[in-house]
Unconditional design. Structure first.
Length: 300
């Protein structure tokens, strides 16, 4: 398998730290992590993909070793999209494949809607379509209940909670069970704690939520929902969704009606996998990403 190397990409408006494998290969594959991860979530996929493609996993702005703008407004979705488009251009590619998870999927969906000509194919691992998710957060009591953390993340005391006791609460909330099952080693845990404890990282991670208009707005409590035009949320590129059905953050209703927004869509469900797909099924992810890319290439 190909080696993983890391470097800083100076994009002019921001510097992003990135890991890559297979540099110089024809097809660019950009892998976008979610909260509260960093490029490291793709550590088992990068060497496999690097055998055939130029696989690149950036630390998105604010995370780990990438630049952390101080203002919360710098974490609005338009800035996150700009970063990835600029990264692809910096790497010398007009178009690319996108692989995404969680918050990375939010960025990937937005990018694909804004610049479909740049995306050859979109792959989403347990990531919510923004229109469907926004509507569920207005009407689906189960999704609202499981998303209360989004509201809690707006509490100015949340930074202190996430950093306390060597990030104990955050680790227990996310990956403690994976560590117990041997899916994350003590050394790998140390990498996560180190990334979270970089100065300002926790605030930057929370700013993604604080700047997002998508949050619980229960109609049952009289809250007004977002005035969204569904026509603005169409995805016009080949898309593959890998969905772990044991997800406790995103309810399965996030897939209901999604084909209305993505005409060229394939969905594959995995009943024994949770939200944390790359940790629980790393080989499956590598295989499915490669198969999807080759399927899209085969059409041409």
């Amino acid at each position: 398998m190909a080696d993983i190397t890391t470097r800083i990409a100076d994009l002019g408006h921001i510097k992003l730290h990135m890991a890559e494998s297979g540099a110089g290969r024809d097809d660019l594959v950009i892998l976008l992590h979610g909260f509260p991860e960093f490029w490291y979530t793709w550590r088992k996929q990068l060497p496999v993909l690097g055998d055939k493609y130029h696989a690149v996993a950036p630390d998105m702005r604010g995370y780990n070793l990438s630049d952390r703008p101080a203002k919360a407004e710098a974490y609005k979705i338009n800035h996150l999209v700009k970063d990835i488009l600029a990264l692809a251009a910096h790497l010398g590619h007009e178009s690319f494949y996108l692989v995404s998870h969680d918050w990375g999927a939010a960025v990937a969906f937005a990018l694909t809607m804004f610049a479909p000509d740049k995306v050859k194919g979109l792959m989403v691992l347990n990531g919510a379509h923004p229109y469907i998710f926004a509507k569920l957060l207005e009407t689906n009591e189960n999704q609202i209940a499981h998303s209360k953390y989004i509201t809690e993340f707006n509490d100015p005391k949340m930074e202190e909670k996430l950093l306390a006791d060597n990030c104990d609460w955050l680790w227990n909330w996310t990956f403690a069970e994976h560590e117990k099952r041997g899916l994350i080693t003590p050394d790998e845990k140390a990498e996560y704690i180190k990334a979270w404890q970089q100065p300002g990282v926790v605030t930057a991670m929370l700013n993604y939520y604080r700047m997002s208009p998508v949050r619980p707005r229960p109609a049952s409590k009289g809250e007004k929902g977002l005035n969204l035009d569904p026509k603005q949320f169409m995805v016009h590129v080949p898309t593959y969704i890998l969905w772990g059905e044991q997800d406790h953050a995103l309810m399965p209703e996030n897939l209901d009606g999604i084909e209305d927004f993505i005409p060229d869509l394939e969905i594959e469900r995995f009943p024994d996998i949770s939200h944390w797909v790359t940790h629980e099924a790393p080989d499956v992810v590598s295989e499915k990403v490669g198969a999807f890319i080759e399927k899209v290439k085969g059409r041409k």
